[in-house]
Ligand binder design. Structure first.
Ligand code: OXD
Ligand code: MN
Length: 610
């Protein structure tokens, strides 16, 4: 029998409510040991994981890990938001009654950590001292040491974050039990995995995975699902799957901050970490704040502020290279203590590789294992073209490793937000950028965000897979109240942010080439947006927003075909009219959508028919 109190006492864990919680769940999951961890334990835990063969060295101060081959991605079908109020059911939140889910998860977790250590991870999803600190404290319990190593990189981990809470019970209870990964029936009708956020009890119960997207509860479940619910119930803030960056104009000394949502595979991490194009580098400097989550609130002086609650980056490795994202490459260089997951690994040289890291995979196959751990050299002819790394393989590194991280990234006060942008992956219709000055039209644009379906079979040609505000997988309460809460928070600001929709992915219909070069050049569109907000340019009004006039976009040092530029800066009215029909059906799913949103929809529709 472990003496839980003894363990907690010697770890200086003083909060009696946390102790009660740990005792309760230890009684259910029945671990052999309990250990309270802090960020300072990282080196020891890394060594223990290396000794146990759970991770492997991947160069100096770099580590490689592999999750079970059927456990490599978030599972949206198995993810549930539960509350005691059936009115909390929305279109995307997969709502279920709290009592039913708690009983189910307690059953699945009972005795499921036997033979293992339960790690107690006290964390804070905010810089200490943040005005949102009271929503940010949590304690994750996990029976998986790799999850601890990832949490230490992704959140601020220390008992001091939960010892002196104003309300000692106000921490998020986040219980993670890995389960018997080989016998969970992943993806079958007998699937035993459940990833549940009991939002009205601030309790997260995840069973059946050790992959970060399901197991890093601070980030995925607290930072997004729980926080968006808390933000709504308190009326105080928005918790969104947004990147956050800063632009410094070295000439004028002005600093701008832009946040925004992008559905997956729309270049969010690359944008968040970008550098200025060489030709503009003397004047502008881009600062990184965060690539995945922003919490937004309005301060007493009436400005919208934002902060990244995370401490690290859990980035997709595929296609990350010196061209697409050089700052990400620097952030995982030797000595950064980064962890690679489900990439290809060379057991002899300890190198890692993923598709897109270099144009061709390493020529010498000796020692290389694919993401499942199988030697590449032993592949049969049919397997020869299989990817070496899993498409969702990841790198995990702390924010401080990103070379252009903003000097004030850990500032408790957050940063004033100048613009909120949305961007999908759209091969036609969406121009490079269209600015929206009206708040209801901006929120309407976020609600109709989407990306082209990956497979033609998934939908009607030209119809997006809608992903409101890029929160579809994280939506915790119904979409109608969600829109109302957005309007409420943003309208509270005296100095309102400007909205914009961006698209880096428009293609030539004939030969399919991308019309815009993307990556660092994307800064040019954002600079125009800041100029528009400052009244330095006027743009061209269209039914769907203000577009840059051709001579307003700073194109210094950029070679671009004038015909491509024309297409990037014009509106295809017929395609937009078709889109409005799709949007109408999309929005009609959401009961209680505020009249302002419908009015915005009607205004845009009418303007397109004028
Ligand atoms: C995600 C992530 O799955 O950020 O969205 O990892
Ligand atoms: Mn994400």
């Amino acid at each position: 029998m472990i003496d839980v109190d003894d363990v907690l006492e010697s770890a200086q864990l003083k909060n009696e409510k946390v102790r009660e919680y740990v005792r309760y769940w230890a009684g259910i999951t029945d671990p052999d040991n309990i250990e309270v961890v802090s960020g300072a334990d990282d080196a020891r835990l890394i060594q223990e994981s290396l000794d146990a063969g759970e991770i492997a060295p991947a160069g100096e101060g770099l580590y490689y890990s592999r999750s079970y081959y059927k456990d490599t991605a978030r599972s949206e079908e198995r993810t549930i938001v539960a509350t005691s109020n059936p009115a909390d059911k929305g279109v995307y939140n997969n709502w279920r009654p709290a009592a039913e889910m708690k009983a189910k998860l307690t059953g699945l977790m009972r005795g499921a950590s036997a033979g293992k250590t339960m790690y107690v991870i006290p964390y804070l999803m905010a810089p200490p001292g943040s005005p949102l600190e009271k929503y940010a404290a949590g304690v994750q319990l996990t029976d998986n040491r790799s999850v601890v190593l990832h949490m230490i990189r992704m959140a601020r981990v220390n008992v001091e974050h939960i010892n002196n809470l104003e309300d000692p019970g106000s921490f998020v209870r986040a219980v993670h039990v890995t389960g018997d990964l080989e016998n969970l029936g992943q993806g079958t009708p007998e699937d035993k995995r459940y990833f549940v956020t009991v939002a009205d009890e601030r309790t997260i119960l995840h069973f059946g995975s050790s992959y970060g997207g399901n197991a890093l509860l601070g980030k995925i479940a607290h930072g997004l699902r729980q926080s968006s619910y808390d933000g709504w119930r308190s009326g105080v803030f928005l918790g969104e799957q947004f990147m956050l960056l800063g632009i410094v104009d070295k000439q004028t000394g002005k600093r701008y901050h832009i946040c925004g949502g992008f559905p997956s595979a729309s270049g969010k991490t690359n944008l968040a970490m970008m550098l200025a194009p060489d030709a503009l580098g003397d004047r502008y400097y881009v600062e990184f704040y965060g690539d995945d989550i922003a919490w937004l609130w309005v301060t007493e002086d009436g400005r919208l502020y934002g902060m990244n609650p995370e401490f690290g980056v859990f980035g997709v490795a595929r296609d990350t290279n010196e061209t697409t994202n050089p700052t990400a490459m620097d952030s995982i260089a030797p000595g950064t203590r980064a962890i690679f997951t489900n990439v290809a690994y060379n057991v002899k040289t300890h190198e890692v590789w993923w598709e897109g890291r270099t144009p061709e995979p390493p020529a010498d196959l000796d020692g290389w294992l694919d993401w499942k751990g199988n030697p590449i050299a032993d592949r049969s002819a049919v397997e020869a073209d299989d990817p070496w790394a899993h498409p969702n393989s990841r790198f995990t590194t702390t924010l401080s490793n990103v070379p252009n991280v903003a000097s004030d990234y850990a500032d408790a006060h957050g940063v004033p937000i100048d613009a909120i942008i949305f961007g999908g992956r759209t091969r036609d219709r969406e121009p490079l950028i269209r600015a929206i000055t009206d708040v209801a039209e901006g929120v309407y644009d976020g609600l109709t965000l989407g990306a082209e379906a990956t497979f033609a079979a998934e939908g009607v040609d030209g119809q997006l897979r809608y992903d409101p505000m890029s929160m579809r997988p994280f939506m915790s309460y119904p979409e109608g109240p969600y829109a109302a809460h957005w309007l409420d928070v943003i309208n509270r600001a005296v100095e309102r942010p400007i909205f914009a929709h961006v698209n880096w992915f428009q293609r030539d219909p004939e030969d399919g080439h991308f019309l815009w070069p993307g990556y660092r050049e994307n800064l040019r569109a954002l600079l125009w947006l800041m100029q528009l907000k400052n009244g330095e340019v006027a743009g061209v009004e269209t039914p769907v927003g203000i577009l840059p006039a051709k001579d307003e976009l700073n194109l210094d040092g950029l070679q671009i075909d004038p015909a491509d530029l024309d297409t990037l800066l014009t509106i295809d009215t017929a395609r937009w009219q078709q889109e409005m029909g799709f949007r109408e059906r999309h929005l009609a799913q959401f009961p209680g959508l505020p009249e302002e949103i419908w009015a915005a929809h009607r205004r845009v529709s009418a303007a397109l028919h004028d």
